[in-house]
Ligand binder design. Structure first.
Ligand SMILES: [Zn+2]
Length: 139
């Protein structure tokens, strides 16, 4: 398994895209872009979905973390089994998706306790219920 990219020769010294010397001289493109791991940028609609998910996630975490819920469980279609994601991991995964256009689904929490994770649907229902109650209380 070669999941880690090779060391970047420009590490810490990224080429300046405005520098005329750093572009146009190579017909093969910049180093590191020649593999088949090309990702397409998200469409505007997809970005909105992810941003909405990030907002939902913050609400879920605010409501559920004080109740000892450590994250969400997601059924993985690839593995045919549930994956458990902590709040921080969910957040970074969505940021990753937003920035790079691909999901990192196979980094589930280590040795999770299923009792401490709820589904996205459960979290949404819970949040809706809390928000409804809060709105009704204002009347
Ligand atoms: Zn999986």
């Amino acid at each position: 398994m070669r999941d880690t990219p090779p060391p970047d020769p420009f590490s810490g010294d990224l080429p300046d895209p405005t520098d005329p010397r750093s572009g146009g001289s190579s017909q093969f493109g910049p180093a590191g872009s020649a593999d088949d791991d090309v990702t397409e940028p998200l469409s505007p609609a997809e970005r909105e979905d992810v941003l909405a998910d990030l907002e939902d996630l913050e609400v879920f975490r605010t409501l559920l973390e004080p109740r000892s819920v450590r994250g969400l469980v997601v059924d993985c279609e690839d593995c045919q089994e549930p994956h458990y994601f902590g709040w921080d991991l969910l957040h970074s995964n969505l940021r990753h998706l937003l920035d790079l256009g691909q999901m990192r689904v196979h980094e589930p929490a280590f040795d999770p306790d299923p009792a401490q994770y709820v589904s996205w649907d459960y979290a949404r229902g819970f949040a809706d219920g809390v928000l409804d109650t809060a709105e009704n209380a204002e009347d």
